[in-house]
Design a protein around this ligand. Sequence first.
Ligand SMILES: Cc1ncc(COP(=O)(O)O)c(C=O)c1O
Length: 410
Amino acid sequence: MTQLPQHPFTLLINPRFQTVEPYGAHRSTLLSASALAQAQTVITSWPGYTVTRLCALPGLAHAAGVASLHYKDEAARFGLGSFKALGGAYAVARLLCRELGQRLGRSVSHAELQSDPALREACADITVTCATDGNHGRSVAWGAQMLGCRCVIYIHATVSGGRREAIARYGAQVVRTAGNYDDSVQQADRDAKTNGWFVISDTSYPGYMDIPRDVMQGYQLMVHEAVSALRQWPTHVFVQAGVGGFAAAVCAYFWERDAVQRPVFVVVEPKRADCLLQSARAGEVVAVKGELDTLMAGLACGEVSLLAWDFLATGANAFCTIPDAAAVDAMRLLASPQEGDPVIVAGESAVAGLAAALLITQDPSARASLGLGSDSHVLLFGSEGDTDPVLYEQLVGRSAAQVLKDGDPA
Ligand SMILES: Cc1ncc(COP(=O)(O)O)c(C=O)c1O
């Protein structure tokens, strides 16, 4: 059997997880099947929409000693390279409908926004903005371009030139700020207040909940696609987290549908940006300071989204942190797959859930504490492709194009 890579990891079983806690009315006002249905109507109307593939990985499942591993591959999402295409752009669409509706004193639908030239002209007066480490800003810029509003995106000191270019390609003005991601969030907020712009953030804070909620509603379409393609309800789900919005959207989906039979849910973070694990340990939201130095750029966040915490504080079974080297090994494993598995191009942040699952399945005590066994069905979300192609080639040793070519049986 293939030897899987070994790395140290931390697993914290959530002492506040409650098996029988109902989903509840408060959470239903944030994420629900009806809000998802609305997001689905809007997002599936956008040009280029297709369901992303769900890959079965029988080779890796065998090596990990579980019944199945499925990986939802978001690399092709709307040509943007990550699941984030669903969230930021959807929140831009919702904001424009709300704002124009207020200005006109009537409700404005998304369909009108797309078809009425007068509304499109009115959009050109509206500016949306956000801070990003890459993928969210790309989604907001793309949504703004598609719907005809202006867009200013803030990136922090260590966001790569490649990621900067990918945002600018969608017509946004890109501003580089000093400091880390959290500093760029604050700068975007200050400039928006001064200029009358609308912040489309994927993270929530006191007094700012509606837009990050819309972002998370958009993400749920990805979960719905994955579950619709599965034959088996998963027993375990591992999801990587930055501010936690993505993980909370996935957690909520299963919780709302079946509070008792929901899968064991594990939140995975980089070792050096573990604000969710630290918050779970403390029993309240705590921030992680410093450089948040990790290769997993999308997960380099020091502050939890408050909205996400509403779901994860008692809805996640466990929190796990992994070192960068584990993510790099997982990227290489997917690029040079086990017999029977497809070739997958996955970026640094995409593979954290997979990397954690592989480490945990090899550790008898961690495996037992999560109830993982030969009958387990594990679902993973590969949240990005090679969104930073230069870094991808550096880490994997081949470009994405080469990896796909090498894997092509023809
Ligand atoms: C590829 C990728 N995966 C996962 C995440 C984590 O999402 P969240 O910050 O909502 O936890 C991000 C965030 O930017 C990302 O870009």
